[in-house]
Design a protein. Structure first.
Ligand code: ZN
Length: 311
Protein backbone atom coordinates (compact mmCIF):
# COMPACT_ATOMS: atom_id res chain seq x y z
CA UNK A 1 0.00 0.00 0.00
CA UNK A 2 1.29 3.41 -0.96
CA UNK A 3 -0.21 5.25 1.98
CA UNK A 4 0.70 2.96 4.84
CA UNK A 5 1.31 4.52 8.24
CA UNK A 6 3.11 2.02 10.46
CA UNK A 7 2.27 2.92 14.06
CA UNK A 8 4.36 5.34 16.11
CA UNK A 9 7.73 6.65 14.92
CA UNK A 10 8.71 8.77 17.94
CA UNK A 11 7.28 10.77 20.82
CA UNK A 12 8.77 14.14 21.77
CA UNK A 13 8.38 15.62 25.24
CA UNK A 14 9.64 18.59 27.24
CA UNK A 15 12.04 18.19 30.14
CA UNK A 16 13.59 20.55 32.67
CA UNK A 17 17.14 19.68 33.74
CA UNK A 18 19.11 18.01 30.91
CA UNK A 19 21.37 15.93 33.19
CA UNK A 20 18.45 14.54 35.21
CA UNK A 21 16.64 13.65 31.98
CA UNK A 22 19.71 11.87 30.59
CA UNK A 23 20.33 9.97 33.85
CA UNK A 24 16.73 8.80 34.09
CA UNK A 25 16.24 7.48 30.56
CA UNK A 26 19.78 6.16 30.01
CA UNK A 27 20.62 4.77 33.44
CA UNK A 28 17.33 4.01 35.19
CA UNK A 29 15.19 2.91 32.22
CA UNK A 30 18.21 1.61 30.28
CA UNK A 31 17.37 3.11 26.89
CA UNK A 32 20.21 3.80 24.48
CA UNK A 33 21.14 7.48 24.15
CA UNK A 34 21.15 7.47 20.34
CA UNK A 35 21.57 11.14 19.49
CA UNK A 36 22.79 14.31 21.18
CA UNK A 37 21.83 17.23 19.01
CA UNK A 38 20.05 20.59 19.37
CA UNK A 39 16.49 21.71 18.77
CA UNK A 40 16.78 22.69 15.09
CA UNK A 41 14.30 25.58 15.66
CA UNK A 42 16.01 26.73 18.90
CA UNK A 43 19.67 25.63 18.74
CA UNK A 44 20.46 26.94 22.24
CA UNK A 45 18.57 23.89 23.57
CA UNK A 46 19.52 20.25 23.39
CA UNK A 47 17.46 17.65 21.58
CA UNK A 48 18.02 14.20 23.13
CA UNK A 49 16.94 10.97 21.46
CA UNK A 50 16.61 7.68 23.33
CA UNK A 51 15.75 4.32 21.74
CA UNK A 52 16.96 0.81 21.06
CA UNK A 53 20.37 0.00 19.54
CA UNK A 54 19.67 1.71 16.21
CA UNK A 55 16.94 4.04 17.41
CA UNK A 56 14.40 2.27 15.23
CA UNK A 57 11.00 3.85 14.58
CA UNK A 58 8.62 2.86 17.35
CA UNK A 59 11.35 2.96 20.02
CA UNK A 60 12.36 6.65 19.97
CA UNK A 61 11.51 8.97 22.85
CA UNK A 62 12.99 12.44 22.44
CA UNK A 63 13.27 15.49 24.71
CA UNK A 64 13.82 19.20 24.55
CA UNK A 65 15.37 19.94 27.96
CA UNK A 66 14.65 23.60 28.74
CA UNK A 67 16.52 24.17 32.00
CA UNK A 68 14.18 26.65 33.70
CA UNK A 69 10.84 25.98 32.05
CA UNK A 70 7.89 25.71 34.48
CA UNK A 71 6.02 22.45 34.73
CA UNK A 72 3.25 21.96 32.21
CA UNK A 73 -0.29 21.00 33.13
CA UNK A 74 -1.92 17.78 32.08
CA UNK A 75 -5.20 18.16 30.27
CA UNK A 76 -7.24 17.86 27.11
CA UNK A 77 -5.51 18.06 23.74
CA UNK A 78 -2.39 16.29 24.94
CA UNK A 79 -0.71 12.88 24.82
CA UNK A 80 -0.85 12.06 28.52
CA UNK A 81 0.59 8.56 28.88
CA UNK A 82 3.60 7.10 27.07
CA UNK A 83 3.50 3.29 27.19
CA UNK A 84 6.51 0.98 26.74
CA UNK A 85 6.36 -2.73 26.07
CA UNK A 86 8.20 -5.04 28.51
CA UNK A 87 8.31 -8.84 28.88
CA UNK A 88 5.64 -10.38 31.11
CA UNK A 89 7.25 -11.17 34.43
CA UNK A 90 9.50 -8.10 34.41
CA UNK A 91 7.12 -5.79 36.28
CA UNK A 92 8.41 -6.97 39.68
CA UNK A 93 11.96 -6.07 38.63
CA UNK A 94 10.83 -2.60 37.58
CA UNK A 95 8.72 -2.03 40.70
CA UNK A 96 11.72 -2.87 42.88
CA UNK A 97 13.98 -0.65 40.80
CA UNK A 98 11.58 2.31 41.06
CA UNK A 99 11.27 1.78 44.82
CA UNK A 100 15.07 1.78 45.22
CA UNK A 101 15.56 4.84 42.98
CA UNK A 102 12.76 6.89 44.60
CA UNK A 103 10.74 6.96 41.39
CA UNK A 104 7.03 7.74 41.80
CA UNK A 105 4.99 4.69 40.72
CA UNK A 106 1.67 2.92 41.24
CA UNK A 107 1.28 -0.75 41.97
CA UNK A 108 0.66 -2.80 38.80
CA UNK A 109 -2.92 -2.71 37.61
CA UNK A 110 -4.97 -4.28 34.80
CA UNK A 111 -6.93 -2.88 31.85
CA UNK A 112 -7.93 -4.51 28.55
CA UNK A 113 -6.67 -7.78 30.14
CA UNK A 114 -3.13 -6.39 30.32
CA UNK A 115 -0.99 -5.71 33.35
CA UNK A 116 0.72 -2.34 33.42
CA UNK A 117 2.80 -0.27 35.80
CA UNK A 118 2.46 3.52 35.80
CA UNK A 119 5.36 5.74 36.88
CA UNK A 120 6.75 9.25 36.40
CA UNK A 121 10.00 10.69 35.13
CA UNK A 122 11.81 13.46 37.12
CA UNK A 123 9.63 16.15 35.47
CA UNK A 124 6.36 14.35 36.19
CA UNK A 125 5.90 12.93 32.68
CA UNK A 126 3.50 9.98 32.98
CA UNK A 127 4.90 6.70 31.64
CA UNK A 128 3.71 3.10 31.79
CA UNK A 129 5.25 -0.32 31.29
CA UNK A 130 2.84 -2.79 29.69
CA UNK A 131 3.50 -6.54 30.04
CA UNK A 132 3.43 -7.82 26.46
CA UNK A 133 4.45 -11.35 25.49
CA UNK A 134 4.11 -10.72 21.74
CA UNK A 135 6.92 -8.22 21.27
CA UNK A 136 9.91 -9.71 19.40
CA UNK A 137 11.96 -6.52 19.10
CA UNK A 138 15.58 -6.75 20.26
CA UNK A 139 16.11 -4.50 23.28
CA UNK A 140 19.15 -2.44 24.24
CA UNK A 141 20.90 -4.18 27.15
CA UNK A 142 22.83 -2.42 29.92
CA UNK A 143 25.04 -3.61 32.78
CA UNK A 144 22.14 -3.92 35.20
CA UNK A 145 19.13 -4.42 32.88
CA UNK A 146 19.20 -7.81 31.18
CA UNK A 147 17.22 -8.95 28.14
CA UNK A 148 14.50 -10.52 30.30
CA UNK A 149 13.60 -7.11 31.76
CA UNK A 150 14.61 -4.53 29.15
CA UNK A 151 12.17 -2.16 27.46
CA UNK A 152 11.34 -3.22 23.88
CA UNK A 153 10.14 0.14 22.59
CA UNK A 154 6.76 1.82 22.61
CA UNK A 155 3.59 -0.09 23.26
CA UNK A 156 1.57 3.01 22.44
CA UNK A 157 0.27 6.28 23.81
CA UNK A 158 -2.92 7.70 25.28
CA UNK A 159 -4.43 11.03 24.22
CA UNK A 160 -6.70 12.95 26.60
CA UNK A 161 -9.50 14.63 24.66
CA UNK A 162 -12.61 16.67 25.52
CA UNK A 163 -14.26 15.34 22.34
CA UNK A 164 -12.80 12.28 20.68
CA UNK A 165 -14.93 11.41 17.64
CA UNK A 166 -13.11 13.62 15.10
CA UNK A 167 -9.73 12.34 16.36
CA UNK A 168 -10.97 8.75 16.00
CA UNK A 169 -11.90 9.49 12.38
CA UNK A 170 -8.39 10.81 11.69
CA UNK A 171 -6.93 7.59 13.11
CA UNK A 172 -9.24 5.24 11.19
CA UNK A 173 -9.67 7.09 7.89
CA UNK A 174 -6.22 8.66 7.44
CA UNK A 175 -3.66 6.81 9.55
CA UNK A 176 -4.59 3.12 9.21
CA UNK A 177 -5.97 2.44 12.71
CA UNK A 178 -8.99 0.39 13.72
CA UNK A 179 -11.11 0.49 16.85
CA UNK A 180 -10.32 -2.46 19.08
CA UNK A 181 -12.19 -2.05 22.37
CA UNK A 182 -13.73 0.51 24.68
CA UNK A 183 -13.59 0.41 28.45
CA UNK A 184 -15.72 3.15 30.04
CA UNK A 185 -14.20 6.33 28.55
CA UNK A 186 -11.03 4.76 27.13
CA UNK A 187 -11.29 3.93 23.42
CA UNK A 188 -8.48 1.72 22.15
CA UNK A 189 -7.29 1.96 18.53
CA UNK A 190 -4.63 -0.19 16.93
CA UNK A 191 -2.54 0.16 13.78
CA UNK A 192 -3.52 -2.35 11.10
CA UNK A 193 -0.05 -2.08 9.57
CA UNK A 194 2.36 -2.64 12.44
CA UNK A 195 2.64 -5.23 15.20
CA UNK A 196 4.51 -2.95 17.62
CA UNK A 197 4.09 0.64 18.85
CA UNK A 198 0.58 0.16 17.52
CA UNK A 199 -1.79 1.28 20.28
CA UNK A 200 -3.47 4.70 20.60
CA UNK A 201 -5.93 5.08 23.45
CA UNK A 202 -8.36 8.00 23.25
CA UNK A 203 -9.32 8.96 26.80
CA UNK A 204 -12.55 10.95 26.66
CA UNK A 205 -12.86 13.55 29.44
CA UNK A 206 -15.55 16.07 28.36
CA UNK A 207 -15.00 18.46 31.29
CA UNK A 208 -11.19 18.42 31.27
CA UNK A 209 -9.36 21.75 31.04
CA UNK A 210 -7.04 22.35 28.11
CA UNK A 211 -3.49 21.14 28.66
CA UNK A 212 -0.66 23.62 29.22
CA UNK A 213 2.77 23.13 27.66
CA UNK A 214 5.76 22.87 29.99
CA UNK A 215 8.17 20.34 31.44
CA UNK A 216 6.73 16.89 32.00
CA UNK A 217 4.40 17.11 29.00
CA UNK A 218 4.46 15.60 25.53
CA UNK A 219 5.07 18.11 22.74
CA UNK A 220 3.95 15.91 19.83
CA UNK A 221 3.64 12.32 18.66
CA UNK A 222 4.98 11.10 15.31
CA UNK A 223 3.69 8.32 13.08
CA UNK A 224 6.00 6.28 10.88
CA UNK A 225 6.04 5.99 7.09
CA UNK A 226 8.64 4.21 4.99
CA UNK A 227 9.74 7.05 2.74
CA UNK A 228 8.95 10.40 1.13
CA UNK A 229 6.68 8.91 -1.55
CA UNK A 230 4.47 7.24 1.08
CA UNK A 231 4.56 10.39 3.17
CA UNK A 232 3.32 12.52 0.27
CA UNK A 233 0.40 10.15 -0.31
CA UNK A 234 -0.55 10.46 3.37
CA UNK A 235 -0.16 14.25 3.11
CA UNK A 236 -2.69 14.38 0.26
CA UNK A 237 -5.25 12.43 2.30
CA UNK A 238 -4.79 14.69 5.33
CA UNK A 239 -5.19 17.82 3.19
CA UNK A 240 -8.25 16.38 1.47
CA UNK A 241 -9.74 15.82 4.93
CA UNK A 242 -9.57 19.61 5.43
CA UNK A 243 -6.67 19.71 7.88
CA UNK A 244 -3.76 22.14 7.54
CA UNK A 245 -0.44 20.31 7.17
CA UNK A 246 3.09 21.69 6.78
CA UNK A 247 5.40 21.06 3.83
CA UNK A 248 8.12 18.47 4.35
CA UNK A 249 10.79 19.58 6.84
CA UNK A 250 14.21 17.89 6.94
CA UNK A 251 15.10 16.74 10.48
CA UNK A 252 18.38 15.12 9.28
CA UNK A 253 17.46 11.69 10.76
CA UNK A 254 13.98 11.64 9.20
CA UNK A 255 11.77 13.96 7.17
CA UNK A 256 8.67 15.38 8.81
CA UNK A 257 5.22 16.84 8.25
CA UNK A 258 3.18 18.32 11.07
CA UNK A 259 -0.54 18.83 11.55
CA UNK A 260 -2.80 19.45 14.53
CA UNK A 261 -5.51 16.84 14.85
CA UNK A 262 -9.04 18.06 15.68
CA UNK A 263 -8.67 17.24 19.40
CA UNK A 264 -5.68 19.59 19.70
CA UNK A 265 -2.73 17.15 19.76
CA UNK A 266 0.19 17.94 17.43
CA UNK A 267 0.75 14.99 15.08
CA UNK A 268 3.81 14.42 12.90
CA UNK A 269 4.36 12.03 9.99
CA UNK A 270 8.04 10.98 9.91
CA UNK A 271 9.99 8.85 7.42
CA UNK A 272 12.00 5.77 8.43
CA UNK A 273 14.93 6.97 6.36
CA UNK A 274 17.72 7.92 6.75
CA UNK A 275 17.85 7.06 10.49
CA UNK A 276 20.40 7.84 13.21
CA UNK A 277 23.46 6.40 11.48
CA UNK A 278 23.21 9.27 8.95
CA UNK A 279 26.00 11.17 10.71
CA UNK A 280 27.77 8.75 13.08
CA UNK A 281 28.59 5.03 13.18
CA UNK A 282 26.22 2.66 14.95
CA UNK A 283 28.71 1.95 17.75
CA UNK A 284 29.20 5.69 18.41
CA UNK A 285 25.54 6.80 18.47
CA UNK A 286 24.97 9.54 21.04
CA UNK A 287 28.68 10.12 21.76
CA UNK A 288 29.30 13.53 20.16
CA UNK A 289 27.25 16.69 19.83
CA UNK A 290 25.76 16.53 16.33
CA UNK A 291 24.63 19.75 14.67
CA UNK A 292 22.65 20.17 11.47
CA UNK A 293 24.54 21.91 8.67
CA UNK A 294 22.61 25.18 9.18
CA UNK A 295 23.84 25.45 12.80
CA UNK A 296 27.39 24.06 12.42
CA UNK A 297 28.81 27.62 12.43
CA UNK A 298 27.45 28.00 15.99
CA UNK A 299 29.34 24.96 17.33
CA UNK A 300 31.94 26.68 19.52
CA UNK A 301 29.33 28.99 21.04
CA UNK A 302 26.86 26.15 21.63
CA UNK A 303 29.48 23.88 23.19
CA UNK A 304 30.10 26.63 25.77
CA UNK A 305 26.45 27.50 26.29
CA UNK A 306 24.72 24.10 26.44
CA UNK A 307 24.77 22.38 29.84
CA UNK A 308 27.82 20.16 30.37
CA UNK A 309 26.77 16.52 30.73
CA UNK A 310 28.31 13.64 32.62
CA UNK A 311 27.56 10.05 31.59
ZN1 ZN B 1 9.02 14.92 16.07
Amino acid sequence: MGDTVKGLHHITAIAGDAQKNLDFYKNILGLRFVKKTVNFDDPGTYHFYFGNEKGEPGTILTFFPWQNIPRGTKGAGQATETMFSVPPGSLEFWKNRFEKENIIYNNPSTRFNETYLVFEDPDGLKLALVANGDDNRTPWITGDISEENALRGFYGTALTLSTYEATATVLTDLLGYEHLETHVNRHRYMSKNNANAAVIDLVHLPDENAAGMGSGTVHHIAFSVKDTATQMNVRKKIEAHGLHITPQIDRDYFKSLYFREPGGVLFEIATEDPGFTADEALENLGRDLKLPAQHEHLRSELEKRLPQLTY
